[in-house]
Design a protein around this ligand. Structure first.
Ligand code: HEC
Ligand code: HEC
Ligand code: HEC
Ligand code: HEC
Length: 154
């Protein structure tokens, strides 16, 4: 009898530890899972409200066009027609929605960084996409010394 009990201990101890682990897991889970999780599905509905609270940083180019129609007209004449204003100028909702946009004037992009981001030669890019090895192509001059950003063909 004594012998049997001693052997049973090898099973009981891990079982007790496993049970304690399960209780701990359930307890911790209860505390850390947000209250609204799983209300509609495997997600937290409150996450949508959290996202809505982020300030809107992009204005969208229809808004830019309202004040910068001359840039829109110029851009239409070249291959950058399909490149959105804020792809180059960065998020500009603050500027576009300012009471006085002139006071919140954006800094102009540094073309050495900006143009290379899309046009630096790279074998991974589609063959037909215009690309250059900027170092040798521009000889160190800024890209806008020769190209106009809004209609880049020379
Ligand atoms: C409500 C009118 C308005 C809207 C909308 C607007 N802008 Fe402007 N923007 C201005 C004015 C005014 C200036 C200052 C022009 C000046 O100083 O000659 C300016 C200046 C700029 C400049 C700097 C020009 C410079 O010479 O330094 C950039 C770049 C620019 N805007 C980009 C944008 C982009 C991109 C958008 C859309 C996200 C946008 N703007 C939306 C009115 C507007
Ligand atoms: C391909 C990148 C690119 C796109 C797309 C682009 N810009 Fe620009 N923009 C520039 C750069 C670079 C400059 C600085 C120009 C320079 O110094 O030659 C500039 C200059 C400007 C200026 C200053 C005045 C001028 O004409 O130089 C304004 C205003 C402006 N951009 C507004 C816009 C608006 C509005 C749009 C969308 C309709 C737009 N840009 C699209 C890169 C871009
Ligand atoms: C956000 C990406 C992007 C940026 C930034 C950008 N470009 Fe482009 N560029 C394009 C796209 C897209 C095309 C059109 C490609 C096509 O139609 O095959 C293009 C076309 C061109 C062309 C070919 C024009 C032609 O008519 O054949 C030149 C030159 C050029 N870009 C120069 C520049 C310069 C200079 C700058 C910096 C002021 C610049 N690009 C910034 C995306 C970009
Ligand atoms: C000294 C003048 C000069 C400078 C500076 C310059 N380019 Fe060019 N670039 C040219 C000429 C000329 C062409 C050929 C004519 C054209 O396609 O517009 C050209 C063509 C291009 C093309 C089209 C290539 C193709 O295969 O169709 C791209 C992209 C380009 N340049 C990007 C840039 C970038 C990015 C910079 C800045 C790092 C830059 N360029 C600076 C003169 C210049």
């Amino acid at each position: 009898m004594k012998q049997t009990m001693r052997d049973a201990g090898h099973l009981i101890r891990p079982l007790v530890i496993f049970a304690a682990g399960t209780v701990l897991f359930v307890a911790v889970r209860q505390v850390i899972i947000p209250k609204d999780f799983g209300h509609y599905g495997h997600f937290r509905p409150g996450a949508m409200d959290d996202n809505r609270k982020h300030p809107i940083r992009f204005a969208g180019q229809e808004v830019c066009a309202g004040c910068h129609d001359e840039v829109v007209a110029k851009r239409k004449t070249g291959k950058h027609a399909g490149v959105a204003c804020e792809a180059c100028h960065g998020p500009q909702a603050k500027h576009a929605n300012a009471g006085d946009p002139k006071a919140a004037k954006p800094a102009l992009p540094d073309t050495a960084v900006l143009c290379a981001r899309c046009h630096e030669a790279n074998v991974a890019k589609p063959k037909g996409f215009p690309q250059v090895v900027t170092k040798t192509h521009s000889g160190g001059s800024p890209c806008n010394a020769c190209h106009q950003a809004h209609a880049p063909k020379i």
